[in-house]
Design a protein around this ligand. Sequence first.
Ligand SMILES: *Cc1c(COP(=O)(O)O)cnc(C)c1O
Length: 384
Amino acid sequence: MIPYGRQDISEADIQSVVDVLRSDYLTQGPAVPAFEKALADYCGSQHAVAVNSATSALHIACLSLGVGAGDVVWTTPVTFVASANCALYCGARVDFVDIDPCTYNMSVECLAEKLSHAEKSGKLPKVVIPVHLCGQPCDMAAIHVLRQRYGFKVIEDASHAIGGKYRGEPIGNCSYSDITVFSFHPVKIITTAEGGMALTNDATLAKRMQLLRCHGITRDVNEMTHEPDGPWYYQQVDLGFNYRMTDLQGALGLSQMSRLDEFVANRHNIAKRYDRLLVDLPVVTPWQHKDSYSGLHLYVIRLKLAEISKTHRQVFEELRAAGLGVNLHYIPIYRQPYYQKFGFEAGTFPVSECYYNEAISLPMYPALAIELQDKVIGSLKRIM
Ligand SMILES: *Cc1c(COP(=O)(O)O)cnc(C)c1O
């Protein structure tokens, strides 16, 4: 099976992990801070807080922004469940904003309209979480204008987008957001096996997230309620978690970063080839904004169902039967059984529904060989 995504591990990556295994610290050593510094420098953000997953990063990002019971958080329906679950972890409610038919990202028009209604009914969101789907950045400048007008906070879920740029600037610099989150799951652009990072330019938010990833414990005298009892002393000043990244992961992430630009460039070459060779098929290939450089985590096509005699499901099943690990990103979150209890009705977000009925993610990863890509294209041609 040709997977839809997979990691690319070099001998240098392996050696970096082995070096940590032979060192004094498997966790809480120097590798994680080194990875944090390298990523903050790369992205142009002031602070980077490494954790054990993007899910954890989203959780502590919400907590550090004060999300709690009685609050509402908005995100897009077309994303991984973690983008919404983070608000539920904090006891807040979740609502969704429909997607743009062209980019598949949160629609800024829908967001503006929903905000204007929410203002009238006194139910403005505390936090909005735009997701850079497939790696293509959301229209952050426009979201920022709304953020200033309505006073909500912004967490960018950039799990798909490390290595990409928005208006020439690296995604992750938080120019238009409070916090940006990356994922390092093996299907993503660089990997630490499991892992995530929260970036911010706000020192207070960074401190709070550092506290929350490690039980709410501080060893900094300035953060304690009174003088230490002795040299052994630490204080738990909040209820945190064990969301730490290990040094094995930090070393792997740092080593992977040296090939980040190359990974994304390879993804662009693969995408250009798909664009070119799928042009005669009844599919919509991804639209790319000319002002941005996508991380291209995913390559999603949409079937023009009116022009073919098969259903979406048939095409998908036949691609799988041909040995292609195609996938569907994503099932709109509000259609998940767990979300039914919140009262969402099918059809509430028509553009997301339409996308769900047509989308297929084709194999896309830096080491995808031309022969394998030809097999994907050949199978698609035969099936359609
Ligand atoms: C993968 C992903 C996550 C979760 O990442 P983990 O590191 O696996 O926790 C969150 N949001 C989006 C959009 C993702 O694709």
